[in-house]
Ligand binder design. Structure first.
Ligand code: NI
Length: 189
């Protein structure tokens, strides 16, 4: 996920002058791999920690706020999130097998963007608060509540693990328009 304010910087990794070795390639619509449902990881070991670190670097390089392994073509239930100034107390977080175990009754429409749908944004309805069960980078089981931007971003990233993009919450007409605009945007980069 990206914030609307960061959209002009939502460029592919290949356009950066400096590309760290660990940067992964972000898939963009309409790549069929974005529709794959990811598999749980049995445990968070060194290979998963390396994946989390590489994903974090990839996300920072593209000025993103969240990234799911599905977006880099890896079929594992892993996401990373750093909301930066939006939630300064939270810091960067890494999740394996994130599962929403509680949702608020309240929902709200917010603007969302995504590194896999470059240059586009749309309003999507999300729960305003969620409780998450997951494994952290130390393979420790956690349960934590998130609201506001963190809740929105986490719902967006967990959707990715189920092969769902934010544009899948829109009408087919709007979705197809955004896919077509994202393809043109990517070609023009
Ligand atoms: Ni996204």
């Amino acid at each position: 996920m990206t914030f609307l304010t960061s959209l002009p910087f939502c460029a592919g990794v290949t356009t950066n002058n400096f590309v760290p070795m660990a940067c992964l390639t972000i898939l963009t619509v309409p790549d069929a791999r974005l529709k794959v449902k990811a598999l749980p990881v049995p445990l968070v070991d060194d290979s998963i920690r390396k994946l989390m670190d590489d994903m974090m670097e990839t996300m920072y390089a593209d000025d993103g706020a969240g990234l799911a392994a599905t977006q880099v073509g890896i079929n594992k239930r892993v996401i990373v999130v750093d909301l930066g100034e939006h939630t300064p107390d939270m810091g960067p977080l890494k999740f394996a097998n994130p599962e929403i175990i509680w949702r608020s009754t309240e929902v709200k429409k917010n603007w969302e963007a995504c590194l896999s749908v470059p240059g586009q944004s749309a309003q999507v309805e999300r729960f305003t608060a969620i409780r998450l069960r997951y494994l952290d980078e130390n393979n420790t089981a956690q349960e934590k509540d998130f609201d506001d931007w963190a809740a929105i971003c986490l719902q967006h990233e967990i959707d990715h693990l189920d092969g769902i993009l934010y544009i899948d919450h829109l009408s087919a007409l709007k979705r197809n328009l955004l896919i077509s605009k994202a393809r043109k945007f990517r070609k023009s980069e």
